[in-house]
Every structure is written in structure tokens, then in C-alpha cells.
Ligand binder design. Structure first.
Ligand SMILES: CC(C)(COP(=O)(O)OP(=O)(O)OC[C@H]1O[C@@H](n2cnc3c(N)ncnc32)[C@H](O)[C@@H]1OP(=O)(O)O)[C@@H](O)C(=O)NCCC(=O)NCCS
Length: 182
């Protein structure tokens, strides 16, 4: 299988934020942006793998600044790391006011996508061809994200389930929840 560079699959989509995308305060719904992130991640992962891909997990979605109606949102997706069947796609999101050219970085996040073949079985993806130090840094960053995401899954799967009532109450002692009905 021939290795492919991040440049080969890098994908940008730009979309105008129209009024029907807005919430009651006139800002763009987070879900609209999430859907665009998923689309660009799919396009990028499919180019790298040469297969249809599914979204497995998402890390780091935070909305730093609101996006307004009339702005142009550009999402650039790049493969930063590949495992055996999975790829981590880094997405950089920027919003621009077309009249002034003023830009703001609204979010960066990471989608893990898995390649599936024609019988819907997960399938091996090409190696990533690293061509500069920046891509090497991103690759190591992706490796850390994969580790972190595995740790988080373990914690969510086992950590809290193993707490008894006393531990659960202790963990909530300084929190804003009323446990008097338990
Ligand atoms: C993704 C899916 C194929 C994983 O299947 P599985 O049999 O559990 O596979 P594995 O545990 O072997 O994981 C396959 C790869 O995904 C990675 N992976 C699995 N779960 C993950 C998670 N929660 N977060 C990050 N990576 C994950 C594994 O590390 C592995 O990567 P590698 O092959 O590069 O080492 C399967 O869960 C699936 O089809 N999910 C539905 C996806 C979907 O439909 N998404 C659309 C949204 S509705």
C-alpha cells in the first residue's frame, strides 16, 4: 500500500451562514457547524483511505466565539495521524466577514474516522507520508490524542461504575446537586 501525504487528502469546504442556520439570538447553531465538521472529516479520510469511512469519536470540539449569519465559514481538514484502520483528522475552522475580510478562528478539533470496505468491514489505511517537521509534530500530537481518548474511554467505562454509594456521595459533596432524595 503506497503511503500518502497530508497534502494529498487535505480538504477545505467553505459555506455561507444563512438565516435558517441561526438560533433565536441570531447566532449559528453549534449543530450546523458539527455537521460541516463531520462532512469535511469524511471527505478527507475517504481521500486518504480510498474507502468510505465512519466517524468513531470526536475530541476537542469547543466553540470559542459565536458565528454570525452572513459569515463565510471555512473548515480545513488534514490527516494528522493514522493507526491500522483509523485516522485522526485535525480540523481548523475559521469564520470570515466577506465585506471586511475580518477573520476569526472559531475552533480546532479532531475526528477519529475508521475506513470500511465494500462489505462494511474495517480495513487497513495507507501509512502517512510525513514531509516536514510540522507534519511530524502533528503526527505525535495525534498519537497522544489516541492515547488520551483511550484513557478517557476506560475512565468512563469503568471508573464511575466501580464507585459505591459512599464514594459517589463524597464526589458530589461540594457540588450543586440535591442528594437528599436518595
Ligand atoms: C468504529 C467501529 C468500526 C469500531 O469497531 P470495533 O470492532 O470496536 O473496532 P476496534 O476496537 O478494532 O477499533 C477500530 C479502530 O478504531 C479505533 N477506535 C475504536 N473506538 C474508538 C473510540 N471510541 N475513539 C477513538 N478511536 C476508536 C481503534 O483504536 C482502532 O484503531 P486502529 O485500527 O487504527 O488501531 C464500530 O464501532 C462502528 O462501526 N461504529 C459505528 C460508526 C458509525 O456508524 N458512525 C457514524 C455515526 S452514527
Amino acid at each position: 500500500m503506497i503511503s500518502k501525504s497530508p497534502t494529498y487528502s487535505r480538504t477545505t469546504i467553505t459555506e455561507l451562514m444563512i438565516p435558517s442556520y441561526a438560533n433565536f439570538s441570531g447566532k449559528i447553531h453549534g449543530g450546523i457547524l458539527l455537521s460541516l465538521m463531520d462532512k469535511v472529516a469524511f471527505a478527507c479520510a475517504s481521500k486518504h483511505s480510498g474507502e468510505y469511512c465512519v466517524t468513531v469519536s470526536v475530541e476537542g470540539v469547543e466553540f470559542f466565539q459565536p458565528v454570525e449569519v452572513g459569515e463565510l465559514v471555512s473548515l480545513t481538514a488534514s490527516v494528522i495521524y493514522v493507526g491500522k484502520t483509523s485516522m485522526i483528522i485535525g480540523i481548523h475552522i475559521e469564520s470570515m466577514k466577506p465585506k471586511t475580510g475580518e477573520k476569526k478562528h472559531t475552533n480546532s478539533c479532531y475526528f477519529t474516522m475508521v475506513a470500511k470496505n465494500e462489505i462494511e468491514k474495517k480495513t487497513k489505511v495507507p501509512d502517512l507520508k510525513i514531509e516536514n517537521i510540522d507534519e511530524l509534530k502533528r503526527f505525535v500530537e495525534g498519537k497522544e490524542i489516541k492515547k488520551f481518548s483511550r484513557k478517557k474511554r476506560k475512565l468512563l467505562d469503568m471508573g464511575i461504575e466501580s464507585y459505591d454509594k459512599e464514594n459517589l456521595l463524597k464526589a458530589c459533596s461540594m457540588e450543586r446537586c440535591d442528594v437528599s432524595a436518595i
